[in-house]
Design a protein around this ligand. Structure first.
Ligand SMILES: [Fe+2]
Ligand SMILES: [Fe+2]
Length: 138
């Protein structure tokens, strides 16, 4: 059975172009990883994970600048969550490296989706609620 793919929905948009573009790119990469797992292409999967991790790190740096610039009171806690999420992504990649069966790799992919959802749909949407109320001061 094919893995689920994520789509960038308009409700995910923060209205900060570079951050929304990052989120689109991270979702696209996660879908590329799903394609690699579905195709049994674990070499591609590993290199896609390397790209995904690098893009996540760069995204978090960019996003944290916006959090601080806007005076967001939860900026430090949000940045701490990013570090936790990166640790989870490293673990997931490592787990994927050791897998040879589609069903097991699918479990890894589910963790990756949780990782994306935790950032984009929960933590970042809280930030969106803040800037919706106080206005963006970045
Ligand atoms: Fe975030
Ligand atoms: Fe984000």
């Amino acid at each position: 059975m094919a893995l689920k793919r994520l789509s960038f929905l308009s409700s995910f948009a923060l209205g900060i172009a570079e951050i929304d573009d990052d989120h689109r790119r991270l979702i696209d990469l996660s879908n590329d990883i799903a394609d690699a797992i579905d195709g049994g292409d674990f070499a591609s999967c590993d290199s896609l994970f390397a790209t995904f991790m690098a893009e996540c790190r760069a995204h978090f740096v960019r996003e944290e600048l916006h959090l601080k610039a806007s005076g967001y009171p939860e900026a430090a806690a949000h940045a701490f969550e990013h570090q936790e999420l990166l640790r989870r992504a490293v673990e997931t990649r490592e787990y994927c490296r050791q897998q040879v069966l589609h069903a097991q790799a699918g479990d890894c992919y589910a963790k990756l989706v949780d990782f994306l959802v935790a950032d984009i749909l929960k933590a970042d949407i809280r930030f969106k609620s803040y800037i919706d109320v106080v206005g963006y001061r970045g």
